[in-house]
Design a protein around this ligand. Sequence first.
Ligand code: GTP
Ligand code: MG
Length: 222
Amino acid sequence: MSSEETINEVLKAENPEKIMEKMEPFRKMMLQYHCASMEVETKIRVLNEEFKNNFQRNPIETIKSRIKTPFAIVEKMKRKGLELTLENIEENLTDIAGIRVICSFPEDIYNVAQMIEKQDDIRIIKRKDYIQNPKPNGYRSLHLILEVPVFFTEGKKMMKVEVQFRTIAMDFWASLEHKLAYKKDVENYDSISRELKNCAEITSSLDYRMQEIRNQIEQKIE
Ligand code: GTP
Ligand code: MG
């Protein structure tokens, strides 16, 4: 059954007003995640502005934010074998609000991430450094799961946000690799995987060589 058919079934099964009433708390939760994402995005933009002013360069190339779709939330809850309640969603899903911070150089990633980690209203729940410890497929990025206080009309609420830090090259690699993730049945899957892993190593070495050049230009060799 397609998701549209499922929705139609649900709409037929119950009084539509009742369904809208039930949906309201879910809509409220999604709005709260959107606000949490705005809070963290602002924190990152503030750091970028200040950095620009102090060092005459941008540590951040792009910031992309996304909120998980209701469909993907339901899918993930099913995959985890959890009952679909708001409390369960908030407790177990840490990536409903997601921010991707794309930097030019690996050093910038660690500088910006550290400044976020040090902020005293932020609580770090998890830190996964796939740059120091790349995934077996070659994936590299620094992931932070953090909790940030957001002030709503009803008071303060701690909200979870996932932040992924990558270089431009790591992001380029990850978008190509992402395409393979949905094509497990592709004929030459193994050789593509090997080639991708090889490309990850080349891009990583390029990241550090370019960083070295940047540092030499800026004459900040320690
Ligand atoms: P998810 O259930 O997918 O969120 O993974 P996880 O809970 O094991 O967390 P992890 O930190 O490993 O991955 C979180 C997110 O990072 C994913 O949803 C992707 O956006 C990204 N990611 C992780 N691994 C890979 C990878 O191998 N390739 C690509 N393209 N992206 C990845
Ligand atoms: Mg995820």
